[in-house]
Design a protein around this ligand. Structure first.
Ligand code: HPA
Length: 270
């Protein structure tokens, strides 16, 4: 069973840990820069960890980093796994389960997303207040893990205190932030205009291909979750243009410093 593999990976990692962080970050699109600010004391390649999935995408490093961000011990995942790459949901969320077993209590995640809310602009930061799970396979499908209930409550997945803290910090720093619902879909295609419209009608403010699986598993493990989307393109009638991965990356890179600013401060005050 997968849970035994989680425990084997955990037991392999535990004696090597140079510190015991309670905060972890998934360095998705938008948070890559934050990795450079981590005073890394131990870096472990995914491929060396028993049962850990290994990154396929070139340029995605694939390491666990232990170290300090400001005055806080931190565990960072450099390189994440997407369902569209061909990983099972169990694999996509494996690292989150290991994090929980290692003692992590709070998870920070970021992503790039297409905006479906007509008031959004490219380059906006959207604090995720809720999500819609449209992945074709549920990350909790199968035997229930002993980390949480069979039928988990989902009334507050994105911790409201962390959202409040983010708002406070953004206001202090004069950074404009949006709030909204993130809809997770499998990709790898971006949306057709009709699909963007459908997602907006369904209640989405932004759409992307990650984060929801990790968040669901983190929540099932009792972790507090904070997520931010960088709006890298617009799925809004009249504003839809051709979009490429490169443009998404570029738009995300431009806003990275602001995102890093908020996250760094949140982690230090938390
Ligand atoms: N759709 C889905 N995923 C995305 C998008 C989008 O428009 N932009 C960045 N990731």
């Amino acid at each position: 069973m997968m849970y035994e593999k989680v425990l084997e990976a955990t037991n392999w990692l535990k004696p090597k840990m140079p510190c015991h962080p309670t905060t972890a970050i998934v360095l998705g699109t938008g948070l890559g820069r934050l990795a450079e600010e981590i005073d890394v004391t131990l870096s472990i390649e995914y491929k060396d960890i028993p049962h850990f999935p290994v990154s396929t995408v070139e340029g995605h490093s694939g390491r666990l980093l232990f170290g300090k961000l400001g005055n806080k011990d931190i565990l960072a995942m450099q390189g994440r796994f997407h369902f569209y790459e061909g990983y099972s949901m169990q694999e996509v969320t494996f690292p989150i389960r290991v994090m929980y077993e290692l003692g992590i209590k709070t998870l920070f995640v970021s992503n790039a997303a297409g905006g479906t809310n007509p008031s959004f602009s490219i380059g906006d930061l959207m604090i995720i207040t809720d999500h819609i799970n449209l992945f074709p396979e549920h990350p909790l499908h199968g035997p229930n893990y002993p980390t949480g209930p069979r039928f988990p409550d989902m009334s507050e997945v994105y911790d409201h205190e962390l959202i409040q803290l983010a708002d406070t910090i953004a206001a202090e720093k004069g950074i404009k932030v949006q709030h909204g619902v993130y809809l997770g879909t499998q990709g790898p295609t971006f949306e057709t205009p009709a699909e963007y419209r459908m997602f907006h009608i369904l209640g989405a403010d932004a759409v992307g291909m990650s984060t929801v699986p990790e968040t669901i598993v983190a929540h099932h493990c009792g972790l507090r979750v904070f997520g931010v989307s960088i709006i890298t393109d617009l799925g809004i009638e009249g504003k839809i243009v051709e979009v490429s991965h490169e443009e998404v990356q570029e738009a995300a890179n431009a806003v990275q410093p602001l995102m890093a600013d908020i996250m760094r401060e949140m982690i230090n005050r938390n």
